[in-house]
Ligand binder design. Structure first.
Ligand SMILES: Cc1ncc(COP(=O)(O)O)c(C=O)c1O
Length: 370
């Protein structure tokens, strides 16, 4: 990041802004020596559950583990099917495969980049167990029709909220809408740990109890293993750090939304397609994605001016070699494939300055393709 004019994100700037609080939190864990789970993690669980409006939060070692355990708690396993999207981070699909179930993919709605509810029903079979909508980039999927379909067919809904801390659907926080929701606290996320981290939120006590056991070797008491579990526990340091950062999250989200307002304004006559905030959404803009048929030219032009960008994601899951055996050919999901060819993520982080933002907008106006 050192020689770049506008980095894609700036974790150092964020740390500097909260350094005394973070350093004190780390010192507390050192003093207590509660390095795995412990009181800081338990307090974070309560605070994050309150933030999401759920009865329970189970803190884990990654968002991937959260997806894995939520699926297991829903009793998803070999012979079952789970409906999700091809345009997501690989973990959404990989976690389904971990359970032995089969991911069934349906296309996205190109305006929201989230699952197209109208495509779900045709994908349901007698083997379908769950629907796994992804709140991609920080924008909630259209949850009302998804919940309605799930209730009519007796399916469990697991939200992949890994990118959507603090997002709302019709005023309701994500994490509290489906039967369970999965969050990632990977460092670059809107609520990021200083290492790996994740959580499941739910108001279903039975799911919560199962996930608590599964994260810690399936024990109900020490060395009494009633389930075949995993070592998916959150570290004490991460719990303490996340408690500090959760207190700043709303302010940071508002800062992101202000930056988006300025981006949208500055890019209004730039020729690129700006992201849509759907009528149901409080979008938290983990990623600010523009679209252009000349994406690669734009990216190169920005790179030349020392502006970092990202592509989330260049290849949809069904066209990844690792998932070729799912049996989908090119052309199976036209909206996902077109998005993968056109999306470009611009730098966005709460500490971004007005000068940096203007630099990005100016570079886009000057780019040859625009
Ligand atoms: C949509 C989505 N799902 C799941 C995950 C997995 O989370 P983690 O990296 O914490 O395992 C991520 C993380 O990047 C994600 O973006």
């Amino acid at each position: 990041m050192a020689n770049v004019k506008v980095p894609y994100l700036d974790l150092k700037a964020q740390y500097q802004s909260i350094k005394p609080e973070i350093d004190a939190a780390i010192a507390r864990v050192l003093d207590s020596c509660q390095f795995v789970l412990g009181s800081e993690v338990a307090a974070f669980e309560q605070e994050f559950a309150t933030y999401c409006g759920t009865a329970e939060c189970i803190a884990l070692n990654s968002g991937t583990s959260a997806l894995h355990l939520a699926l297991l708690a829903a009793e998803v396993g070999p012979g079952d099917e789970v409906i999700t999207v091809p345009f997501t981070f690989v973990a959404s699909v990989a976690a389904v495969v971990y359970t032995g179930a089969r991911p069934i993919l349906v296309d996205i709605d190109p305006l929201s980049f989230t699952i197209n509810p109208a495509a779900i029903e045709a994908a349901i079979t007698p083997r379908t167990k769950a629907i796994l909508p992804v709140h991609l980039y920080g924008q909630p999927a259209d949850m009302d029709p998804i919940m309605d379909i799930a209730r009519r067919h007796g399916l469990v809904v697991i939200e992949d909220a890994a990118q959507a801390h603090g997002a709302k659907y019709k005023g309701r926080p994500v994490g509290s809408i489906g039967d369970m929701a999965c969050f990632s606290f990977y460092p670059g996320k809107n609520l990021g740990a200083y290492g790996e981290g994740g959580a499941v939120t739910t108001s279903n006590q039975e799911y919560a109890h199962t996930i608590r056991m599964l994260r810690d070797w399936g024990q109900d008491r020490k060395y009494h293993h009633v389930l075949r579990g995993y070592n998916y526990r959150m570290e004490g340091f991460q719990g303490a750090i996340l408690r500090v950062k959760l207190r700043h999250l709303e302010k940071w989200t508002e800062a992101r939304r202000t930056i988006v307002g300025k981006y949208n304004q500055l890019l209004s006559d730039s020729g690129v397609e700006r992201p849509n905030e759907m009528p149901w959404a409080r979008h938290v803009y983990h990623v600010y994605t523009i679209r252009s048929a000349d994406r690669d030219t734009l990216r190169a032009a920005l790179q030349q001016r020392e502006i970092q960008t990202g592509i989330h994601y260049p290849v949809p899951i069904h066209l990844q070699p690792a998932y070729a055996d799912l049996g989908y050919a090119r052309g199976a999901f036209p909206m996902a494939e077109q998005a993968a060819a056109e999306v470009l993520a611009l730098p966005i982080y709460p500490e971004m300055t007005a000068a940096q933002l203007e630099e990005v907008a100016a570079a886009l106006h000057l780019a040859p393709a625009v």
